[in-house]
Design a protein around this ligand. Structure first.
Ligand SMILES: [Zn+2]
Length: 61
């Protein structure tokens, strides 16, 4: 794994839901599309990271 990927994972690990403060899950990640999808375990919040674009899309539910 490349160093930049480790930094991304470290950042992702710190993310929490803005509503319930629970840590976001990353088990929806789509390796085929190279997307990292993070979601609240209670479905409050979802975040999609595009590594190629270095951009986040945040979704409040
Ligand atoms: Zn939540």
């Amino acid at each position: 794994m490349e160093a930049c990927s480790l930094n991304i994972l470290k950042y992702l690990f710190l993310d929490i839901c803005p509503k319930c403060k629970k840590r976001l899950n990353t088990n929806k990640s789509n390796k085929i599309l190279s997307l990292i999808v993070k979601s609240c375990p209670d479905e409050h919040f979802e975040k999609v990271y595009h590594p190629a674009l270095e951009t986040y899309v945040e979704i409040n539910k």
